[in-house]
Write a protein that binds this ligand. Sequence first.
Ligand code: DGL
Length: 288
Amino acid sequence: MTSNTGKMPMAQAAPIGIFDSGIGGLSVLRHIHQNLSHENLLYFADSAYAPYGDRSEPEISARSLAVTQFLLQRGIKALVVACNTATAAAIQAIREAYPNLPVIGIEPGLKPAAAQSHSKIVGVLATKATLLSARLLTLEQQISAASGVRFALQACVGLVDQIEKGELRSAQTAQLLRRHIAPLMGQGADTLVLGCTHYPFVRPLIEDIASSLSTNPIAIIDTGDAASRQLTRVLRDNALLQSPQQQGNVTAFTTGSQTALKTAFNSLLQLQPAIQQVASMAHTTAIS
Ligand code: DGL
């Protein structure tokens, strides 16, 4: 087992680590797998601790550092924090702990949403922790001041649990979503930002509900592909891109159920990676 902390040259053949509180990060892995099919990917679902969005910043930060350390022990050359909640709470701590590790985060697409909204009212669907974070608040204020757009923030409490259960089209999920989306449509939003990586998996339901509540066309913003393109840029800039002659593979780890993650990979991405269940680990210290 090797570890990369920047003291040794990082091999181009080394894997890319991707993590989320559960299966949400698969909506980002999907783009990475398409755009960088020659790369080896290690996916970590911290399902025993999901949802992160109901946890405190110190808790989310501690879990994110523990997962990062686990992935570093498996030799990753770069890390994708495929979780808006963990990016908001912990990306700074991860970068401080591992200054030589390229780290890519994901944030709600407020800027692209503002650029294309006609009504100048944008609804942001995200977890409670993301919407309460200083990072999101700063982003919101900056973009609002520059564009004149008003952001209506909506915490989708309960939605991650429904998605983790695989209930992507159930009546209960639809009811929950309607409750969260109706106030945004009522305020005149014409654009909805998917500010949590789990939500792209209920995008068809979100589109149906939003359209049924509005006479105008509704735009949906998902930043999964943008994060994947940013990863490509960072790997290229650091001369870390794997040779395109190689065929990449996907391996996954979970602190929750191996069967549940296997089902999610298969049904959402039609991928059958090797999956290993791991005990919940605690973050100790930066590896040297
Ligand atoms: N998928 C995550 C996000 O992008 C976390 C959801 C959660 O665990 O609450 O925010």
